[in-house]
Design a binder for this molecule. Structure first.
Ligand SMILES: [Zn+2]
Length: 336
């Protein structure tokens, strides 16, 4: 049993409380390699933002769970080295699919886990989430549950259609499971193709796809039922068109990729939404930078020469999210 507190990590309880009261959201960035982790930590340390490092089941398989855990431990020390003396870093399992996966992460030093029972019948979701909460809380690990189904594809999580969270279920779910935060479905979606062109309108000026707005009425109804309860949005990449354009210009093929407009996320961040998950945007930033180097310098074969620019581009993206979208800059409890 590894105690995450000994690794210098924190759970999400205090950071969420402050985020709700302060009207901002904590960034939850997925990582599965060193450059991504470096970019996340550099951005969070520079901007003095709390941050959630997310690891999916697919990332654990890709990078090795032991290595990822030590990388997170190293991230705390790296943040200090960068001049951030009191970093607030949570290590979180994204989309835990079973009690066993959650338990294994908790035992290995994660400070927070998600148990995603959203595809199960309601009573089974309640029972599974409660089982994880009962285990996690023994070690002061926080737990995120989910109600409602997001459309889109993310690693092994995939659904063709979304089903909005039913506000009438949230009190019963939160009370009976004891979960610390709740992921809800209000129209965000996993992946870089969040909406089909048929679901969008077109901007007459630019010809770009304009996605449908998020269901803020559902969010408002959830907040009314559970005042002050931490709400989580998954699938909240904005799919920056300049990155998509760069990818397509240099040999990529991402037609009609579309995400959640940043002004909608800004609005959500000011509410009880206190954790916003961003994964696809960093994938796009990385891919765009790598494709540019490959196209402009075809003789280059030193990975540092293309992964370095990729890392820089991701850091820029993370800082932009922290400062301009989520509002979590300078929100560490101790800014010294
Ligand atoms: Zn997700």
């Amino acid at each position: 049993m590894i105690d995450y507190k000994k690794l210098g990590l924190v759970n999400t309880r205090e950071m969420f409380k402050r985020a709700i009261n302060g009207g901002y959201a904590i960034p939850a960035f997925n990582f599965n390699n060193m450059e991504q982790l470096q970019a996340i930590i550099k951005a969070a340390a520079t901007k003095k933002s709390p941050v959630i490092l997310q690891v999916s089941k697919g990332a654990r398989q890709y990078a090795n769970q032991t290595l990822l855990r030590y990388m997170a431990e190293g991230a705390v020390e790296y943040a200090k080295e960068l001049g951030c003396n009191h970093p607030e870093i949570a290590l979180h399992l994204d989309h835990g699919d079973s009690f066993e996966t959650c338990k294994s992460c908790i035992d290995m030093g994660f400070s927070s886990v998600m148990i995603d029972g959203s595809a199960l019948p309601y009573e089974e979701n309640v029972a599974l989430t409660k089982k994880v909460v009962d285990y996690a809380h023994q070690y002061d690990v926080t737990v995120e549950g989910e109600l409602g189904v997001l459309a889109g594809v993310e690693d092994e999580v995939s659904h063709a259609e979304s089903h909005y969270t039913k506000p009438e279920e949230v009190i019963d779910f939160a009370t009976r499971t004891g979960c610390d935060s709740l992921a809800i479905s209000i129209g965000t979606s996993h992946g870089a193709y969040k909406f089909t062109p048929e679901q969008c309108t077109r901007d007459p000026q630019t010809g770009r796809l304009v996605p449908p707005p998020l269901a803020f009425d559902v969010l408002d109804a959830v907040m009314e039922k559970l005042p002050g309860f931490p709400i989580v949005l998954h699938g909240s990449s904005s799919v920056p068109q300049e990155e998509v354009d760069t990818i397509n210009k240099f040999g990529g093929k991402l037609p009609n990729a579309v995400g959640i407009p940043e002004e909608q996320l800004r609005k959500a961040a000011k509410s009880a939404v206190c954790k916003i998950n961003i994964d696809s945007d960093s994938r796009l930033a990385m891919t765009a930078a790598v494709r540019r180097v490959f196209a402009e310098k075809p003789g280059e074969f030193d990975p540092r020469k293309y992964l370095g620019p990729a890392r820089d581009n991701m850091q820029k993206l993370y800082e932009h999210k922290i400062v301009d979208v989520l509002g979590s800059e300078n929100k560490l409890a101790n800014l010294d």
